[in-house]
Design a protein around this ligand. Structure first.
Ligand SMILES: Nc1ncnc2c1ncn2[C@@H]1O[C@H](COP(=O)(O)OP(=O)(O)OP(=O)(O)O)[C@@H](O)[C@H]1O
Length: 256
């Protein structure tokens, strides 16, 4: 399994995107609203044709979950799966998973909540045993405990199948699951590389103060304290805290 993108551009949305992934890579595709994440995934899937550049998928069996629902609304969940999964053991496995997630196989797909539909879409995707999963906002609008259940299940699948994954999310804590980060800004790659380096290059602490318009970022608490002392901030007028993924993300966007 592998993906190689070479200079992919799409209309005026994506600009000269190149990166490659290999087996077992779990990539967090992040970026602000409208950065081009979904458009990139659709180009990879062949649902949109690049204006220039190439997408090379080597021995990849891809399954995707996009934000739109693609199963038949008027059928039950069970009927939807029966139509799509020919292998009996995979079908039984999917039925078991549905029950683990508390979803009745007999329920009409149209009557499920938005979150339940996404779980069903995810289970349908893994039922075909893909070695590349494309997950666009899989956990959007899903309660935190169910999100954790989905990630536990997905990590279990990945461990057993050595599949690659590209997932988008606005829940930046989900980046913990990734080993690589692809950060898009205005359709361009702002960062592509290991999660480890992504975190390493970012500041460790942030300083908030009524005296500052924006948060200030520092490589160490000592440097933040030095700044506070130099600026003469009063004790109750500032706060120094550890950076979170949200800070990393905002800080990268604010750069250049
Ligand atoms: N079918 C389309 N035709 C024209 N423009 C489109 C189309 N789909 C998306 N766009 C535009 O392309 C840009 C990128 O959209 P895209 O949905 O890929 O962003 P995104 O990063 O996935 O955003 P979000 O986080 O909000 O889902 C946006 O400016 C959007 O308006």
């Amino acid at each position: 399994m592998g993906i190689i993108l070479n200079g992919l551009s799409y209309k005026n949305i994506l600009d000269d995107i190149s990166f490659s992934l290999s087996e077992g890579d779990i990539v967090a595709l992040i970026g602000a609203n409208g950065a081009g994440k979904t458009t990139l995934l659709k180009n990879i899937m062949g649902l949109a044709v690049p204006s220039s550049g190439t997408v090379n998928l080597e021995n990849s069996r891809i399954a995707a979950v996009f934000q739109e629902n693609i199963l038949d609304e008027e059928l039950s969940v069970q009927q939807n799966f029966k139509f799509r999964i020919k292998d009996k053991s995979k079908y039984i496995f999917s039925m078991k998973k549905l029950e683990e997630f508390g979803i009745s196989p007999k329920a009409l797909y149209s009557e499920l909540s938005g979150g339940q539909k996404r779980i069903v879409n995810y289970l349908r995707a893994i039922s075909v045993n893909p070695n590349l999963l494309i997950l666009d906002e899989l956990t959007a609008g899903i309660d935190v405990d169910i999100r954790q259940d989905i990630w536990r299940d997905l990590n279990d699948y990945l461990e057993k199948n050595k599949s690659g994954v590209i997932f988008t999310t606005h829940q930046l804590d989900e980046m913990d699951n990734a080993n690589k980060v692809l950060f898009l800004e205005d359709g361009k790659v702002k960062y592509f590389g290991s999660m480890f380096n992504f975190i390493k290059r970012m500041p460790k602490v942030k300083l908030l103060s009524k005296n500052l318009k924006d948060a200030q970022y520092f490589d160490s608490s000592e440097k933040a304290v030095e700044f506070v002392q130099k600026s003469g901030f009063q004790k109750d007028n500032f706060e120094i805290m550890k950076t979170t993924y949200t800070d990393l993300f905002q800080n990268m966007e604010a750069r250049d």
